[in-house]
Write a protein that binds this ligand. Structure first.
Ligand SMILES: [Zn+2]
Length: 279
């Protein structure tokens, strides 16, 4: 059995979406069996925060790991890139509380991972993937996320917005058919999006301090404020990116078809917690 880690370290620097704080992230190769984990190198004793479901402590508009004192926020795009590209073990050093949003997508992460490449690591005690045998669902009104029995690991997503520029969109991406790294071309480039009428409220609530037209697509009643889009259905592809990142907190992806509709980080994490309780 083999695991993988990065062949060399990579770094990215930028502003966090919610905190507005600029941080540097340095991702280093890590030992077999160590999984993906964060290290807050700016704090005394450099506390370690594992990238696991057990330490999720907030899911308001992004996924935050750790405790109220020692945390790392907006981990989902970076973790999606690592997990989807097969990086099992990684030490992610960060000198602040939030992962940089960069251009709002995972492209900078996938580009830097591809640039250094992976190395194979022998692993004797590799955990077997969870295989979903019966449907498992969580919902909030008509929003839901389900894990359905499937021969492959697939992620499908639907969204529905009144704004005509977004409307109803669906997309599906299979990890099991990722041999040509379709994640890099079809999912990773999809950027964070926001709705113009919610932005003022979010700013007043102390959120999205680092948000701008350079790192998020913004949609108003008359269309996109900062076109062009990278895909006609870029918003729903971004939701797949978020779902992949959140479910990567399970460690190895279960064998299942994950089907989500109008869901949120909160529902993604609820489903992952339910899967952990059952397996
Ligand atoms: Zn996102």
């Amino acid at each position: 059995m083999h695991q993988h880690t990065l062949a060399a370290e990579i770094t990215q620097t930028g502003v966090g979406l919610h905190s507005g704080v600029s941080t540097s992230v340095r991702i280093l190769p890590a030992e077999p069996g160590s999984n993906r984990y964060f290290v807050r190198v700016d704090l005394s004793n450099s506390p370690v925060i594992p990238a696991g479901i057990a330490v999720v402590n907030q899911t308001v508009l992004s996924t935050q790991l750790g405790t109220d004192e020692v945390y790392v926020r907006t981990v989902e795009h970076l973790l999606a890139a690592l997990a989807a590209m097969g990086v099992d073990n990684a030490r992610i050093e960060i000198d602040g509380p939030e992962v940089p949003l960069l251009d709002g997508s995972a492209q900078a992460w996938t580009d830097s991972i591809a640039a250094v490449g992976l190395v194979s690591q022998p692993a004797d005690d590799e955990q077997k993937p969870i295989v979903i045998q019966e449907p498992i669902c969580v919902n909030q009104a008509d929003a839901f996320v389900c894990a359905l029995p499937s021969s492959e690991t697939r992620f499908s997503y639907g969204i529905d917005f009144e704004l005509p520029a977004i409307g109803n969109q669906w997309h599906s991406w299979s990890l099991s058919r990722n041999l040509e790294n379709t994640f890099v071309t079809e999912v990773a480039p999809a950027r964070t999006f926001g709705l113009l009428h919610q932005i003022e409220y979010l700013q007043k609530s102390g959120l999205i301090k680092g948000g701008s037209l350079d790192n998020a697509l913004v949609c108003g009643p008359d269309g996109w404020l900062n076109p062009p889009l990278r895909f006609a259905n870029e918003p729903v592809r971004h939701k797949i990116l978020d779902l992949v990142g959140d479910l990567s907190l399970l460690g190895k992806f279960p064998v299942a078809h994950f089907l989500a509709y109008k869901a949120s980080h909160n529902l993604h994490i609820q489903l992952a917690q339910k899967i952990l309780e059952l397996f």
